[in-house]
Design a protein around this ligand. Structure first.
Ligand code: CTP
Length: 473
């Protein structure tokens, strides 16, 4: 075997080879598994291609295991899939002349040879195959010098780029995703092919596009992929709000920073510390409303007042359009966008405990994520300034820690519930109940009353009296 495999993997591969031999088929291990093994990366699934009936090969392979695992197959596509007990996925596909489109709805299965199949794959590094055949078992079949590209860290299409990308335009995003994920360069013709074919991305489903976008955002240095998306013209089509951040305007000697590259820098800074997709999305979106709120104030310069609020409102729309999850994850990102300026406002002198309590209350369990985002938001090139800003945030963290130890506001639950207010005053659910609840919360956060039941009850009676309400009975 010309790739380093574990014993367990060799055990599985051997079973496929035996099944293939017994059926008299020609079979190969191909695609991401071969690529990632050669790169020393982790692998979780393996693809097998055979010149013949892949479903038959999968069934014969399954029968060599004890117990026999289930074979899922798609007759229209001639593909099959087995999930082995330890979570190792193996997939089978018949060699085809048509383009290889895993998620496409249209069956494209004109049978072909292994060479036909390699021709129609996306990149030379993904077309590498290992023979499972008796005559040359374990040999690397590499008609396009994929191994050389792997060593030189190059993404290149096997055929003319425009053909490969027209067959499945998602491959343009895959090229950029691999470049960002693996730290590879896109070969010049392939890059030109992406630029020439970019508009065809619009025929691809949003789910597949977003899947690649998320992988780019999760890559070690996401700015690499996002900048390539931008320069290829793809970003303008799939996520125009982000492109609107690009560019810097000058007027009367006042300029502002290029918010696109600032955003990429924030995302990279954050990615050093967090692999959380949603916190990374918060970095992508933190300044998204800067173009919408930009104003030039005479004698003062550019302002973006309220961009955190407007940005917060844009989050559900963007998540909806990109088909990102619209519940908890979206709420988290929106909260981060809305709160991202608050810790900065607490770096000034003479900050009251009350302001700190409000931030702790509003951020709740996401306080640490918010601080991480704010620290990543420091993109000054002046090292002294960066040091000073980071120290200021350390002071905010310390102040927050002290107040939290004393007042426990991060997960604050009011000591007096809405039900108790209704019961005490014989009220139905109504406006006064909300007014009393809000007043109670404000009094506690502002330090007017301590965080306990007795004080809250007394405050409730006083506030209700102001509203002309008396306890019943
Ligand atoms: N493939 C392709 N065109 C696509 C998708 C996939 O040619 N649009 C081929 C490639 O040969 C790829 C193989 O199918 O290596 C398996 O696809 P997939 O599992 O989606 O990708 P991997 O390359 O394995 O990488 P990853 O798991 O990181 O997506």
């Amino acid at each position: 075997m010309q790739i380093p495999c574990s014993e367990k993997e060799l055990f599985v591969i051997d079973k496929v080879a035996r099944a293939s031999g017994s059926l008299g088929l020609e079979s190969y291990l191909i695609g991401g598994f071969v690529r990632d093994k050669l790169l020393g990366r982790e692998t979780k699934d393996a693809d097998f291609v055979c010149a013949g009936d892949a479903i038959e090969l999968a069934s014969a392979t399954a029968r060599l295991f004890d117990p026999v695992p289930r074979v899922d197959y798609f007759k229209n596509f001639g593909t099959a899939h087995i999930r082995l007990s330890d979570g190792f996925d193996i997939e089978f596909v018949g060699a085809r002349k048509e383009s290889y489109q895993r998620d496409s709805r249209k069956p494209a299965v004109e049978p072909g040879s292994i060479k036909d199949d390699q021709d129609r794959r996306d990149f030379t590094i993904n077309a590498l195959a290992i023979s499972l055949n008796h005559a040359d078992y374990g040999q690397l079949i590499d008609p396009f010098d994929g191994l050389k590209d792997l060593e030189a860290k190059i993404i290149r299409t096997p055929l003319a780029p425009v053909q490969t990308f027209s067959d499945d335009p998602l491959r343009m995003m895959r090229a950029i995703r691999f470049a960002s994920q693996l730290g590879f360069a896109i070969e010049e013709n392939t890059w030109q092919g992406i630029r020439d074919t970019a508009s065809r991305i619009s025929i691809i489903s949003q789910e597949r596009i977003t899947d690649e976008l998320n992988k780019i955002i999760l890559s070690p240095k996401p700015s690499v992929g996002l900048d390539l998306l931008y320069r290829s013209g793809l970003l303008r089509i799939i996520f125009p709000q982000m492109v609107d951040l690009a560019g810097a305007e000058y007027k009367d000697g006042h300029g502002h920073k290029d918010n696109f590259y600032h955003t990429l820098q924030v995302l990279d800074n954050l990615s050093v510390y967090s692999a959380d997709l949603w916190l990374r999305w918060a970095a992508v979106l933190h300044d998204i409303a800067k173009p919408a709120t930009k104003k030039f104030e005479e004698g003062h310069g550019w302002t973006f007042h309220g961009h955190e609020v407007v940005g917060g409102r844009m989050v559900p729309k963007i998540f909806g359009k990109l088909k990102l999850p619209t519940h908890e994850e979206m709420r988290f990102v929106r909260k981060m966008v809305e709160l991202h300026l608050r810790p900065i406002s607490l770096t000034k002198e003479n900050i009251t405990d009350s302001a700190i309590r409000r931030l702790l209350f509003d951020a709740g369990d996401d306080f640490d994520s918010l601080m991480m985002l704010c620290e990543a938001d420091i993109t000054s090139k002046n090292k002294q300034k960066v040091k000073k800003y980071l120290e200021n945030f350390q002071l905010v963290r310390q102040h927050c820690r002290k107040v939290e130890e004393k007042d426990h506001v991060r997960n604050w639950q009011p000591p007096i519930s809405g039900e108790l207010i209704m019961e005490t005053f014989g009220l139905p659910p109504s406006k006064p109940v909300g007014i009393i609840k809000d007043a109670l919360k404000d009094a506690m956060l502002d330090g007017v009353i301590p965080n306990n039941y007795e004080a809250a009850f007394a405050f409730m009676l006083a506030k209700a009296a102001e509203l002309g309400l008396q306890p019943k009975g």
